[in-house]
Design a protein around this ligand. Structure first.
Ligand code: PLP
Length: 495
């Protein structure tokens, strides 16, 4: 049976999975949601005998119903291979009273790799299925992590080019080095003299430029986006929660059917929504603990039912969660509004126009499985230090936000349900904040000196992703004014 995807904002628009992947957003700016969340076709016991790739196929075939078995298995084999530095792909590690699901073993050492290593293959397959002859040009603005993960995912994928814009003075030295040393004949990285918002605005302008679209089409190109609202990024993220549950059964922490809690450091709400989908598929999950940093718009939302983005923006040590508009929350809003696109669209319009909306009491009552918590900068740093001292386990700042939020949940609930904490980045990606948390004296050292110090104090050796960029040659050195972004794209494509 084929699964239909609908728009969260209008009842008319539908798409197949491959069409939804190609389009990214619906034509009215809404998100694609599956008509219903399919159930797993295998038992929980069966899952314990399966590899990551096998579980990936079992989960994803239920969502991507217009892909053939061969197509989907090819995508999975090309994505979850030796690019990951562990055969398990997403290992589960017990530390103290919690289990850490390490989602950072891919090529750019952050959890974005879990989805961005397969998205290019899903996209190219979708293009072929829908008889798209054009070459796909991925256009992305990045504040650091997404850009590199997208570059790594699309590098040398036939039928695609990827162009990434980043704020020249707005990313960390390691993040910049990761991007400007990117290999691949089809990769382009451009620094702009502006901030992330300028880059984002410039990209959006090009997406909606009709004249540009026509010229591109005549030259055999079309734009697509690797944005986290693409269903092709969400679906692969369901897989690791299913795998985590199987691992919890295997290690004896749970018997089949017993619940586990999940704790997710949240920004755009994609990762935690994937966990929610895993539950609808049949994985027994108790609570979804949604962890925020000082940008705690989601914490406030779960407390009060009001989503309010009109607030001060804080730059924190967990930058990938410095977000005031959690785009994927729209999919949950649609659901708790009884799958009503009219009501959902009204909330989203209010958010755009007034900066706030408040859900109804009936809607709020459906959020009882969610628990919002947040950690301050001090609490985050203290958690890194405490776990390091007690367990010799070094975690990154984003994971530490989740671990600190879990402590707060435990203090309030005393819930004995075993918990899995999503560990979203390697500590090597945010070395300075991590080492400063352990001992402020480290701050005097350079970034690469800190890498070596971290290697000394942790049991984990320096990941390839970091080792490579120490000596890698710079391959991209274009810098442009914000106004010249389109000119650069035209140059690259020969328009
Ligand atoms: C993107 C990101 C997050 C937030 O994930 P969402 O799916 O946007 O909620 C958390 N941690 C890290 C390291 C990330 O890169």
């Amino acid at each position: 049976m084929s699964l239909i995807y609908r728009s969260t904002r209008n009842g008319e628009e539908t798409a197949s999975a491959s069409e939804a992947i190609l389009k990214g957003l619906t034509s009215d700016g809404g998100l694609f949601v599956p008509d219903c969340i399919p159930k797993l076709a295998v038992s929980l016991e069966d899952l314990t005998k399966m590899s990551y790739q096998e579980i990936a196929y079992t989960v994803m075939k239920e969502f991507l119903t217009d892909f053939t078995e061969e197509e989907l298995k090819n995508c999975i084999q090309n994505a979850y291979d030796s690019k990951f530095d562990t055969e398990e792909i997403a290992p589960l590690v017990k530390v103290g009273n919690a289990y850490y699901l390490e989602l950072f073993h891919g090529s750019t050492i952050a959890f974005k790799d879990m989805a961005l290593s397969i998205l290019p293959h899903l996209l190219v397959t979708s293009a072929r299925k829908n008889h798209v002859e054009n070459e796909i040009v991925i256009l992305t603005a990045t504040s650091g992590d997404t850009g590199k993960a997208a570059l790594a995912g699309f590098a040398d994928v036939p039928g695609t080019k990827i162009i990434v814009f980043y704020p020249k003075s707005g990313v960390s030295p390691i993040q910049e080095k990761q991007m400007i040393t990117q290999k691949g004949e089809n990769t382009y990285v451009i620094g702009i003299k502006g901030n992330f918002d300028d880059a984002q605005t410039g990209v959006k302008k090009m997406f909606s430029n009709k004249e540009l679209k026509e010229i591109m089409n005549s030259k055999g190109y079309q734009f697509s986006s690797a944005n986290s609202i693409n269903i092709g990024r969400l679906v692969p993220q369901v897989v690791y929660y299913v795998k985590a549950y199987a691992e919890m059964m295997k290690n004896g922490a749970l018997k089949a059917g017993e619940p586990m809690n999940v704790v997710v450091p949240t920004g755009n709400f994609g990762n935690i929504l994937a966990a929610f989908y895993a539950k609808q598929m049949g994985i027994p999950i108790g609570k979804f603990i949604c962890a925020s940093n000082e940008n705690k718009v989601l914490f406030d939302f779960f407390q009060t039912g009001e989503y309010n983005r009109k607030r001060e923006f804080f730059v924190t040590s967990s930058p990938s969660m410095d977000i005031l508009i959690s785009s994927n929350l729209e999919r949950l809003i649609y659901r708790i509004a009884g799958n009503d696109p009219v009501q959902c669209a009204a909330f989203m319009n209010a958010l755009t126009q007034e900066g706030t909306y408040t859900i109804t009491e009936e809607m709020k009552a459906q959020l009882s499985e969610f628990f919002g918590a947040y950690a301050t900068e001090e609490e985050t740093a203290a958690k890194i230090k405490a776990v390091y001292e007690a367990e010799k386990y070094v975690m990154d700042t984003h994971t530490a936000v989740a671990a600190a939020a879990y402590d707060k949940y435990m203090a309030e609930s005393n819930d004995k349900t075993p918990a899995v904490i999503a560990s979203t980045a390697s500590p090597y990606k945010f070395t300075r904040s991590v080492m400063d948390a352990i001992d402020p004296a480290y701050d005097a050292k350079t970034d690469f000196e800190l890498v070596d110090e971290l290697c000394k104090i942790s049991k984990v050796c320096v990941p390839n992703a970091i080792e490579e960029i120490r000596t890698a040659p710079v391959l991209h050195d274009t810098v442009c004014e914000t106004e010249a972004m389109e000119t650069e794209v035209r140059k690259i494509l020969g328009l």
